[in-house]
Write a protein that binds this ligand. Sequence first.
Ligand code: WQD
Length: 338
Amino acid sequence: MRVLITGGAGYIGSHTVLEVLAAGHDAVIADDFSNARPAVVDRLEELAGRPIEVHRIDVTDEAATDTLFADGRFDAVIHFAGFKAVGESVAEPLNYYRNNLDSALTVLRAMDAHGVRRFVFSSSATVYGENPVLERTEDMPTSATNPYGWTKVMIEQMLRDLAVADDTWRIAVLRYFNPVGAHRSGRIGEDPSGLPNNLMPFVAQVAVGRRERLSVFGDDYDTVDGTGVRDYIHVDDLASGHVAALERLGEITEPWSVWNLGSGEPVSVLQLVNAFSRASGRPIPYDVVARRPGDLPAYWADPSKANAELGWRATRTVDDMCADTWRWQSQNPDGYPA
Ligand code: WQD
């Protein structure tokens, strides 16, 4: 298949490009590089051992996106393009609704116009909102507690309505838990701009000496050690889950499907910090501070639906995730070159 990967120069997108190519498909990147460095493409071509077609495009631009599809001859789309910082979305809701909803709508309308019906959507476990059942299953109701989360809930609904209107679509909604790690080569990885919002990149930057200390957001939760518990999944397991979903869409008749992509293993903040210290051989100094507003104490995936229906499961351990992250961070202490 010839697969368009929007946001393909981003963290999860770039790892997915390699997996799509490794599975024998053709991968084409569309990215506006608002949250990705051009150097990522050089690294991908180095790792893939072949040139990769890249379109520098804002997929909220209808004319440009329609032209891309008119010429593209795409068989499928994996849609990552979008803003994804929870805190930023609270401060800038209009930017988030416009960018995330417009990019999804523009891509879907271009697909519709050009007869492309296979669509994999990058959703998030954040759509489960608060639920007393900590192990999340796909049949749970969706809601959000921030505009970023609401954009994911809303796009999932748009996709359900599209599938009802036209059952020739084959749509896979993939709900990620906490993506971490890096390609085993150490040549690509997570490179957040500015202060990392997420735990793993912050820990990695402390280990490599870019940050002084980690702030642990609360240790008084009702969890194994009082710190927040999440389901961390290696980005390459996540990438292979996208290929499995993409290929599954060619075998099923349901126009809309949803799968959790998680490891199913609950891990606390301190368990991750200790694993990273073991993997890097570096101390990770930290201070316990106040809880972060909006954080849930604990949740993780029940990945059994994806395991059964996609023939996919996460294989990398937390130690693998930390070792691969450390290789990337220690070889690229300042991330990608400008
Ligand atoms: C993990 C745990 C924090 C940073 C978010 C989004 C989600 C998805 C993944 C996009 C929590 C604790 C964190 C720090 C800490 N993003 N923590 N100190 O909040 O589970 O999920 O990122 O799709 O939509 O909500 O990830 O890595 O920010 O936090 O103690 O400096 O680490 O309290 O318990 P989160 P996270």
